[in-house]
Write a protein that binds this ligand. Structure first.
Ligand code: UTP
Length: 277
């Protein structure tokens, strides 16, 4: 039912300079796999195989990653190393990839609006690939797609964060529907801890209904002069319904060095060592 997933990857990744000076943040590897590949795998697990990227200048490596590399593949053909490409080859066969460019990096809301040409008039997933998520028994996006079937409105993934850290996130407030579900009544982008309505932070996974595009169009720039998806979602929540979902699993903010190192250690212990056994 939901087939499309948008990856806004146009940001500059300034928190990871100088690594991101000439290389997209989303290509940073956690162990032997780029962040963006984890994100696409999560989308495919949720049944979303039409992958759309909102790219920007200097992001060509992402397009190349989801394409064949004739010379390299010819070079390792018939050797033991070929199996290292199995995962990415499978993804390339399962998915279609579309690209559009954000010209001025005016914020996540603007990046999502730029993706309208790929998405059209249907509900869609959004993955911010620098948030690396591992679901408990199924992927976070798959959990959210199931919720969408139930509620038929936009769903945002949230997690509790320490109060001192709320100013790094969009923060939600609302009426509890159950242990894990909140009907959103208020949202604030990057509030000061003393102004935050809660410590429930939006992370980089969304299911959005397509009316969000016209809402973003009429949403003025907000925090830091950027068009904020949080501001558009608040208007959607006020006019209809937005559900915040405390997902089952773990999330690492790989947009900064601490989270990236944590993710690497987690994957080394839980994926790499088990694979090598
Ligand atoms: P972030 O703020 O986490 O990414 O935006 P950033 O701007 O690349 O990183 P820093 O803060 O400078 O280190 C969240 C997501 O939204 C995308 C980013 O690529 C990232 O995936 N984004 C952000 C866009 O695509 N366009 C924008 O104008 C802003």
């Amino acid at each position: 039912m939901i087939k499309k997933c948008l990856f806004p990857v146009a940001g500059y990744g300034t928190r990871f300079l100088p690594a991101t000076k000439a290389m997209p943040k989303e290509i940073l590897p956690v162990l032997d796999k780029p962040l963006v590949q984890y994100g696409v795998e999560e989308a495919v697990e949720a049944g979303l195989t039409d992958i759309g990227f909102v790219t920007g200048r200097g992001k060509r490596a992402i397009e190349d990653h989801f394409d064949v590399s004739y010379e390299l593949e010819h070079q390792i053909e018939g050797t033991g190393k070929e199996k290292m490409l199995e995962g990415i080859r499978r993804l390339i066969n399962q998915c279609t990839f579309s690209y559009t460019r954000q010209i001025n990096m005016r914020g996540l809301g603007d990046a999502i609006l730029t993706g309208r040409t790929i998405i059209g008039d249907e509900p869609f997933g959004v993955v911010l690939a620098d948030d690396l998520c591992f679901g408990d028994s199924e992927g976070v996006l798959a959990q959210m797609v199931r919720l969408y079937r139930q509620f038929r409105c936009s769903i945002v993934a949230i997690q509790e964060v320490p109060h001192a850290n709320v100013s790094s996130y969009g923060i939600v407030e609302g009426e509890a529907i159950s242990d894990r579900l909140v009907r959103v009544t208020n949202m604030v982008e990057k509030p000061k801890p003393e102004d935050a309505p809660s410590n429930l932070a939006i992370i980089g996974r969304y299911i959005l209904t397509p009316d969000i595009f016209s809402i973003i169009e009429s949403t003025p720039p907000g925090k830091n002069g950027e068009v904020q998806i949080t501001d558009a979602l608040l208007r959607q929540a006020q006019d209809g319904c937005v559900i915040a979902y405390r997902f089952r699993g773990r999330r690492f903010d790989c947009g900064n060095v601490d989270g990236y190192v944590e993710a690497t250690n987690y994957c080394y212990e839980n994926i790499y060592r088990k694979r090598s056994c």
